[in-house]
Design a binder for this molecule. Structure first.
Ligand code: PGA
Length: 226
């Protein structure tokens, strides 16, 4: 069966897929914890909390630190005040910029579907000069639902002109949230294996995995021929 005739729409996750943003998230979280006289959390710990959006992140931080749960809303506000344009410690994963350029040049409509809020999403896309590559950006606060609910990815596909009920398209992500979301649409899922997932790769449903962005354009071509 032909899954995707080139150039098919391709939607990307952001944190842990295109960008390594955990260091900035970690720095902003610990600055807020410091204000509360709470001991800092390690980068690995914070990275393991990323994927479900800001509320999930802070629910996990509150559980891990024993902070009074009633403070969570205020802590999220303090975090967002720091994180909304934090890009200093964030990096594009190696080869991601070039792979996006190749796919865009081949005519693939590109989109973003992330659980990160829209403010920091746009800030980071602008920071790396890649915002104009994406025809649609669906962020964690764009809709009432977040991944793994399929609604955000369906909205991104629609925004790129794909019929989400017969999506000849691809989703590229790194996490449990992304795999479950792609399966729920359903749309073929390509997983970046150097991202932030917690489980072994084989436990996440995916069409193909890659650990180097230089092979992504070929994987996309393979899907077109499948
Ligand atoms: O900010 C998060 O928690 C997750 O963002 P992502 O969907 O881009 O991985």
């Amino acid at each position: 069966m032909t899954v995707c005739m080139a150039p098919c729409p391709i939607v990307f996750d952001l944190d842990g897929t295109l960008i390594d943003s955990a260091p900035d998230i970690h720095a902003s979280v610990n600055a807020v914890l410091l204000q509360q006289d709470v001991a800092p959390l390690s980068l690995d710990r914070i990275r393991s909390f990323v994927g479900g959006g800001v509320e999930v992140l802070w629910t996990k931080i509150v559980a891990a630190t024993g902070i009074e749960p009633g403070l969570q809303r205020d802590l999220i506000a303090a975090f967002m005040a720091r994180y909304h344009d934090a890009t200093r410690l964030t990096r594009l994963f190696p080869g991601a910029f070039e792979a996006l350029g190749v796919l865009a040049d081949r005519g693939h409509p590109l989109g973003i579907c992330t659980n990160k809020p829209l403010g920091p999403t746009v800030a980071v896309l602008d920071h790396f000069g890649i915002r104009q590559l994406f025809g649609i950006v669906i962020a964690g606060d764009s809709l009432p639902q977040k991944k793994p609910d399929p609604a955000p990815l369906r909205a991104a596909l629609q925004g790129l002109g794909a019929d989400p009920d017969t999506p000849k398209a691809l989703y590229v992500g790194d996490s449990e949230f992304d795999a479950a979301c792609a399966a729920a649409v359903p749309v073929p899922f390509l997983i970046y294996s150097r991202g932030y997932r917690l489980k072994p790769l084989e436990q996440l449903p995916h069409r193909a995995a890659f650990d180097d962005f230089s092979i992504l354009p070929r994987l996309v071509e393979d899907e077109a021929m499948a």
